[in-house]
Design a protein around this ligand. Structure first.
Ligand code: S3P
Length: 187
């Protein structure tokens, strides 16, 4: 049933190419991605890190010096750079998938996984860790509206995992379970 298989049928599930994590700030894309990569023996790449390396300064500095539009253009370049990646785990910035055509571009690179969660849990986590220019100067309601406006993009992912109340380790287990189930279904 399904697509033809080559080689042994008894080995571990065939993992798709890149695994790409998307989701709102605070979803745990970095910590989950790092752990998932380690579990699978893959390299871990973050689009924010690609941008920081290229621009030579931090994300808050990029926003402060050049504005959001410049950062979004840098994300487009980072996305182009991802075309060279194979078999990696890739964490994207929260806003990267949220433009016309971006989810299609990401899905062409591998399996896209949405780390979803209750807004309050995401917001609390996002406030706690790291400086995030998209949170600065916005009220909670404004950030929630931003989150809702992005959901139609995230929803186009191949898989989604609800991270509410889970630690990175548990999220990784759920991702691996979902990937194995998907592989099984495709047989
Ligand atoms: C952003 C999210 C950030 C970073 C930048 C913009 C956003 O990444 O790319 O500050 O627009 O949501 P995280 O999702 O890793 O916080």
């Amino acid at each position: 049933r399904g697509r033809p298989r080559s080689g042994s049928d008894t080995m571990a599930p065939v993992m798709p190419e890149n695994l790409i994590l998307v989701g709102f700030m605070g979803a745990g894309k970095s910590s989950v991605g790092r752990l998932l990569a380690r579990r699978l023996g893959r390299c871990f790449v973050e689009t924010d890190d690609m941008i920081i390396a290229r621009e030579g300064c931090s994300i808050p500095e990029i926003f402060a010096r050049h504005g959001e539009a410049h950062f979004r253009a840098a994300e487009e370049e980072a996305l182009s750079g991802l075309r060279l990646k194979t078999n990696d785990v890739i964490a994207t910035g929260g806003g990267l998938p949220c433009r016309e055509g971006r989810m299609e571009d990401l899905r062409a690179l591998g399996t896209v996984i949405w780390l979803a969660g209750d807004f309050d849990a995401l917001y609390e986590r996002a406030l706690r860790a790291g400086a995030r220019p998209m949170l600065a100067g916005r009220t909670r309601d404004e950030v929630e509206a931003l989150c809702r406006s992005r959901e139609p993009f995230y929803r186009q992912a191949d898989l989604s995992v609800d991270t509410t109340g889970l630690g990175p380790d548990q999220v990784v287990s759920r991702i691996l379970g979902a990937l194995a189930a998907r592989e099984q279904a495709a047989r």
